[in-house]
Design a protein around this ligand. Sequence first.
Ligand SMILES: *Cc1c(COP(=O)(O)O)cnc(C)c1O
Length: 483
Amino acid sequence: MNNKLYGNLIFELSHKGRRGYSLPATGIATHHLPEALCRENEAELPECDELTVVRHYTNLSANNFGVNNGFYPLGSCTMKYNPTINEEMAALPGFANLHPLQPAATCQGALEVYYNLQKSLAALTGLSEFTLNPFAGAHGELTGLMIIRAYHQSRNDDKRVKVIVPDSAHGTNPASAAVCGLEVVEVKSRADGSVDVEDLRGLLDDSVAAMMMTNPNTLGMFERDIPEIARLVHECGGLMYYDGANLNPMLGVCRPGDMGFDVMHINLHKTFSTPHGGGGPGSGPVGVRAGLEAFLPAPRVICEDGNYRIENDGDAIHIGAFLGNFAVIIRAYTYILSLGREHVRMVGPLATLNANYIKESLKDVYKLPIEGLCKHEFVFDGLADKSTGVTTMDVAKRLLDYGYHAPTIYFPLLFHESLMIEPTESESIDTIDGFIEVMRRIAEEAATDPELVKSAPHSTPIGRVDDVLAAKKPVLTVKQMQS
Ligand SMILES: *Cc1c(COP(=O)(O)O)cnc(C)c1O
């Protein structure tokens, strides 16, 4: 990139009076806005020719990192490949040009896709029925908890105000419970990261609305005591909620519905290969077991004698206008169809194999706090050799120099130097071996030249920012503009 010509700011490329367009004379009389509505000084806008603008933004976009550029092992986020065919299907004019208020008779194909995905998710999870209305994983959690509350209320059981959440849970779990007006009660984890059943016993009484569980848990470990936990929670009248944001390792292997869960959400934008990041469009479908279907939100897509229609039951909860993020739904459905029944079964085992392969290949140089088979992801507690002073943050920054996205860092909070790696099933052995090699090289650099790692990144447009200030007080304007 020619940095001199294509500077960081479009303003630096601006020349007074230069234009990128010309409009023909219209013959319509000029209309003047009332003075009170006009700005006092001309807006300072960049003035550039069209090609300069195109190059500027194209070059800027090349500074982005995404799954299509390189390996993206961001734990708990499932940054798997988003196949291009998903995009092509979502862009089909028959889908892309739909209007949400269109009569159902004119969009039967779209409703069929919607309905079929509801059914596919039910089959994959062992639950009875799904809504695709929620717009994200956290929104799905809120929806699920609203369903649970509506269920208890329908039985005039108003004392159930507590939601039990493991201390290792994703932050959205307690947040969703609080937003739903429920009280969060934390259950402890055992040393191996699983839910402490003894601690749970002491928390159970007739004020429990639900227990939320993530499986595999935030450490990537399968929760072995689910049948016992489900029995205990059900015995006291509570419902079991499954945070299935990362259903990846379960796909085709086991189903939450068979484990005793009553309500769950899935992140289509993690498990089912639709793009996400930066808060982009998501979808957090919620499924319920048989007997709870009536509490699902409206609107719903119903099929009768091969005809699809949208049902808006007035008593049902509403969590958003219309039927959710339809373009994401098409992508997820395309992904499921492209894999087909036999290949969907390979997602879980391959994701698990890749994660274990990386873990075993690096555990001599990175500290593995919990030994044993992980699922789709695992957590290191920083470098094995703590004497170098090189932290997880330094390792993450140094990875950027080698062209890799950093893993999730300092989450989960169970360890001081958490480094959470999730390779997904999409990656080839060469990519994974390349990552292992670089992680080993960084461990070596930490031992021989710690300053090199501590001062990384060296190759990115900007170096280290103050994490707190960058988030809380972002400086989004350039103070000294070149004229
Ligand atoms: C990502 C994630 C969520 C939240 O999903 P969003 O779509 O970001 O709201 C919830 N739970 C777990 C375990 C997750 O990994």
